[in-house]
Design a protein around this ligand. Structure first.
Ligand code: IMP
Length: 434
């Protein structure tokens, strides 16, 4: 059995957790490969609704192994809190079920403080990060000064190094940002306790994935965030600090491309974004407000209202290229029910710049690499489609969808050249068309 990679095709929050949950029935291992507790998704266990930020979505399937991969940054306080919450509901989160790659990096309390201070100092240019310490932790990783999960194997020594790092971060907090320092001994003591608790979960993540693939087991690779938040290929600098794309699964877990048999891009039937940065199809009117309310578009991690807009096929085409998508899972199609007309962006046009033939410049290629100023020059070219009035939340086969909904899905497939193999029509597990 092969590796299946599930990625977000927009700006995150596409509903990847749900798609992973659905695919997990056939998998033996679910592995998170990037990001940290900036991600979040809601799960229902034993009738209780809880928010998971770090523990992979597969944990609720009793026969599955879960791995937090090398590409992830781990806030141990958050991880321990989630494990406690799950354990209280009777979910087994013991070391035989939940593994942490020794090469994953550790988020310190001072990374979080630095994240908040740095984004506040950006003023009007703020990225609007989740303030979970993601950027500063990946920066320390790249600077080769950070602590890794494997360092928790000797908790006392780990605690000493935590105190040292906190002192160094404190100097930056005070001198650069005039912010309050954190008590190094207290942070070290807390992290020593987390280390004692988490050490039994440490593993060689890449070796585990390799063994499972060699044994013919299915490994489900779960991304956090989405393509346009990718550090290299997103709308830089309004991005997160990790690889959110399919290639990130290979580096974030440590296996080769030959094993990947399917790459699934999860896309919402419309577009949302949290935080600052360009968003060509954003709706700043009552249509956007309607989508936000009907879709419950408020952040799982920060509770912030999400910016909402029409579906953008230029972005989905970009997602297909960067990730090598085999298929789309289209979520929340039901949210669009009851809207008379729908729009989808099929291309972008640039004002004022004319081609030799005197027409406006037009592109179907997402103009990512030249930066946000360049991107801001482009306006979406829309195609209008009919909406549908029917409640589709009870539909379980594509042929039973109203004609307009079928056409909406067909349009995506036609214009992007990637089939839609799963359609979400409601929040419940079974509310999907496969
Ligand atoms: P950071 O990842 O906290 O550094 O935030 C950087 C950008 O990514 C901000 O615009 C955040 O709102 C966004 N972001 C981070 N994680 C998520 C997510 O899980 N869903 C949606 N947006 C996210």
């Amino acid at each position: 059995m092969p590796a299946i990679v599930v990625v977000g095709a927009q700006w995150g929050d596409e509903g990847k957790g749900r798609v992973v949950d659905w695919l997990a029935r056939e998998a033996q291992l679910v592995a998170r490969f990037n990001g940290g507790d900036n991600a979040g998704h809601t799960v229902v266990a034993q009738g209780h609704t809880l928010k998971l930020h770090l523990v992979p979505s597969g944990i609720l399937h009793p026969d599955l192994l879960s791995l937090i991969g090398a590409g992830v940054v781990v806030n141990p306080a958050q991880l321990v809190a989630e494990m406690d919450e799950l354990a209280a509901l009777g979910v087994d989160v013991g070391p035989s079920r939940l593994k942490i790659s020794a090469a994953a990096h550790i988020i310190l309390s001072t990374h979080r403080a630095l994240d908040g201070a740095r984004d506040a100092a950006r003023g009007r240019g703020a990225i609007g990060t989740t303030k979970r310490g993601i950027g500063p932790t990946y920066a320390d990783k790249a600077a080769r000064v950070n602590l890794r999960a494997g360092d928790m194997a000797s908790p006392e020594h780990f605690a000493e190094r935590v105190a040292e790092a906190v002192r160094a971060h404190n100097r930056r907090l005070q001198e650069q940002y005039g912010a309050e320092p954190l008590p190094p001994e207290q942070v070290a003591a807390d992290y020593c306790a987390y280390a004692q608790r988490l050490a039994p979960h440490l593993t060689d993540g890449s070796a585990l994935v390799g063994e499972m693939l060699a044994a013919g087991e299915m490994v489900l690779c779960e991304a956090a965030q989405g393509l346009l938040l990718d550090l290299d290929h997103g709308t830089y600098p309004y991005v997160t600090s990790s690889s959110t794309v399919a290639g990130g699964a290979l580096t974030g877990l440590g296996f080769g491309p030959r094993h990947v048999s399917r790459v699934i891009g999860v896309a919402k039937a419309y577009t949302t974004r949290v935080g600052a940065g360009p968003f060509p199809t954003e709706l700043l009117d009552e249509v956007g407000d309607r989508i936000r309310e009907v879709g419950g578009e408020y952040g799982t991690t920060t509770g912030r209202p999400r910016r909402c807009g029409w579906l953008d096929l230029v972005i989905l085409r970009y997602a297909a290229r960067i990730n090598g998508l085999d298929e789309f899972a289209l979520t929340k199609l039901d949210v669009l029910s009851g809207m008379e007309r729908l729009k989808v962006a099929v291309a972008y046009e640039r004002d004022g710049v004319r081609t030799e033939r005197g027409r406006r410049e037009r592109t179907e290629v997402f103009p990512a690499e030249f930066g946000v100023e360049s991107l801001a020059q482009w306006r979406p070219v829309y195609e209008e489609l009919s909406g549908w009035a029917e409640d589709i939340s009870v539909v379980r086969s594509r042929g039973d969808l109203p004609l307009a909904a079928r056409e909406y899905v067909a349009r995506i497939e036609e214009r992007v050249g990637v089939p839609v193999t799963l359609i979400g029509v409601g929040p419940e597990r079974e509310q999907a068309i496969v």
